[in-house]
Design a protein around this ligand. Structure first.
Ligand code: 5AD
Ligand code: SF4
Length: 507
């Protein structure tokens, strides 16, 4: 039997639940869940929330499909090929279920929200479909699934932020973690499916954000990335005192103040909303990383208008100029879409010229992919031929490789404070870490460990990686001088005491 819960909201009493463990439990005596995650950082963080909820009802994590009693695939709908990959994975999971008929398979996240019951109709092996705002109902849904039924909850919510649930961290290194500060999006960019799969924008209570950051710091994490589809529109209303309303600029400052050695990052910024206040806050706090992800999508004002981005090329370039003025060593990264509806070669040339003007350090680059029910799919024609999209995308990628290489070459000879993420992929003798600008640096290990901060001088690079060597810290001159003064003072005091004691003995 298929239970459909679009119409009413389920409540699980979250107050009764203990969500303290922030690392996964691996316990073969318990029911085991295997979780595979696709798509954005928000999905990675959502999988960690889901694991917190599941651990609380007795599941433990496994990294091996063959050991799993439950497979959950957290899905992405942003482009057609993201969904294709997931259909491919479901084929693999079907084979696992053929071998082990008791195995349950759940599809969660954006594709679950977009396709709803069609997912179960098209892929009979799927037992469970849960949208991004319905994870609290997983314990109830799984009870039905374990009893042999199929179940689905894709109810979107105007309030759900999962504020009170501490995610169970699935990262390997214990160094970097994501903290969601808001969910959903109100922007309705014409090409984008996110407002339909993740619902309306809502901000999370700042107290719970600070709590989660503190828990991560207490557990040894060194870098925290605040997540939202549009962090600049974060807003928490203080009903009693409007002077104490909290916007993103204020939240960023509060998080930076939790601990001065913990690095803070955030994503994603929106060019129409990023304020000077946020830039000044970044410049003021050493531990807020000098890196801004500012998706441009297109360099043509005409296309930006069709995309409903609500800014012009000129406005975007003004924001870039302001970033460079306030934070001169800030890296700027972006997202670009090639071949949106009606895009001409002239529009495309404007994208290339804007990339040159902005001098991006890094970019995510995509071919436009029409998504069902978006404004573009309803009102516009996907009229740029696929070969042209591919050609334009290749030109964008080629230019970006050049810009990334130039950006990395400018770093040669400079010294950066690097947070070590772990061993380099290519050599056990080298560490890989990141600069404040979020560039990857590879360097010989020395006597350091994952999670340490270390100064590294850049000696060469590729377009993707900086290559460096550790610079052992020499005590700063003023610190040496201060130490000498303190040593001398101690000597004087010790001598005085000795003389006093001698005087007393003489008397
Ligand atoms: N086609 C191609 N790229 C898209 N993006 C979002 N929707 C689409 C789409 N339909 C890209 C945008 C966005 C990033 C997360 O994904 O560049 O910033
Ligand atoms: Fe999609 Fe635009 Fe919202 Fe980003 S800001 S999630 S591109 S609708």
């Amino acid at each position: 039997m298929l239970y459909i819960r679009f119409m009413f909201k389920q409540k699980t009493n979250i107050k009764d639940i203990d969500y303290k463990s922030i690392k996964p439990v691996f316990d073969s005596s318990k029911k085991r869940v295997y979780i595979e995650t696709y798509g954005c950082q928000m999905n990675v963080n959502d999988s960690e929330l889901v694991l917190a909820i599941l651990q609380n009802i007795g599941y433990s994590l496994t990294k091996n499909i063959d050991e799993a009693d439950l497979i959950l695939v957290n899905t992405c709908s942003i482009r057609e090929n993201a969904e294709q990959r997931i259909w491919g994975r479901l084929d693999v999971f079907r084979l696992a279920k053929n071998k082990k008929p008791k195995l349950k398979i759940g599809v969660i996240g954006c594709m679950a929200e977009r396709l709803k019951e069609q997912l179960i109709e098209r892929e009979k092996t799927v037992d469970l479909v849960v949208g991004p705002d319905a994870y609290r109902s997983l314990p109830d849904l799984l009870r039905n699934v374990e009893a042999g039924q199929k179940d689905i909850n894709v109810l979107l919510s105007r309030e759900e932020t999962y504020s009170d649930i501490t995610p169970v961290r699935m990262d390997e290194n214990g160094v970097s973690a994501f903290v969601s500060i808001m969910r959903g999006c109100n922007n309705v960019c014409a090409y984008c499916v996110v407002p339909y799969t993740r619902g309306a924008e809502r901000s999370r209570n700042p107290e719970t954000i600070l709590n989660e950051v503190q828990i991560l710091v207490d557990n040894g994490y060194k870098e925290i990335t605040l997540l939202g589809q549009n962090v600049d529109s974060y807003f928490w209303k203080n009903e009693k005192n409007p002077e104490k309303d909290i916007n993103f600029e204020r939240l960023l400052e509060m998080v930076a103040l939790v601990n001065p050695i913990i690095r803070i990052r955030f994503a994603t910024s929106h060019p129409k909303d990023i304020s000077n206040g946020v830039l000044y806050t970044m410049a003021m706090y050493e531990n807020i990383c000098n890196c801004i992800h500012l998706p441009v999508q297109s360099g043509s004002t005409r296309i930006l208008e069709l995309m409903n981005r609500k800014y012009t090329r000129e406005h975007y370039l003004e924001r870039i100029a302001k970033i460079r003025e306030v934070i001169p060593d800030c890296s700027i990264t972006t997202d670009i879409i090639a071949g949106f509806c009606t895009e001409t070669d002239g529009d495309h040339q404007q994208t290339l010229s804007l990339m040159n003007e902005a001098g991006y350090d890094f970019a995510y680059m995509f071919k436009y992919s029409e998504r069902p029910n978006t404004k573009a799919s309803r009102q516009m024609k996907d009229d740029v031929a696929d070969e042209i999209k591919t050609k334009r995308l290749n030109e964008i990628i080629e230019l970006q490789n050049q810009l990334s290489l130039e950006s990395n070459r400018r770093d040669i000879g400079k010294i950066f404070n690097v947070l070590i993420d772990g061993l380099s992929k290519r050599s056990d003798e080298h560490f890989s870490g990141r600069t404040s600008q979020n560039k990857t640096v590879v360097f010989p290990k020395g006597n350091y460990k994952t999670g340490d901060f270390v100064n590294v001088r850049i000696i060469s690079c590729t377009s993707a990686t900086l290559i460096g060597e550790i610079v052992e810290e020499k005590p700063h001159e003023t610190i040496t001088e201060l130490k000498n003064i303190i040593d001398e003072t101690i000597q004087i005091v010790e001598n005085k005491i000795k003389h006093k004691i001698k005087d007393k003995i003489k008397k």
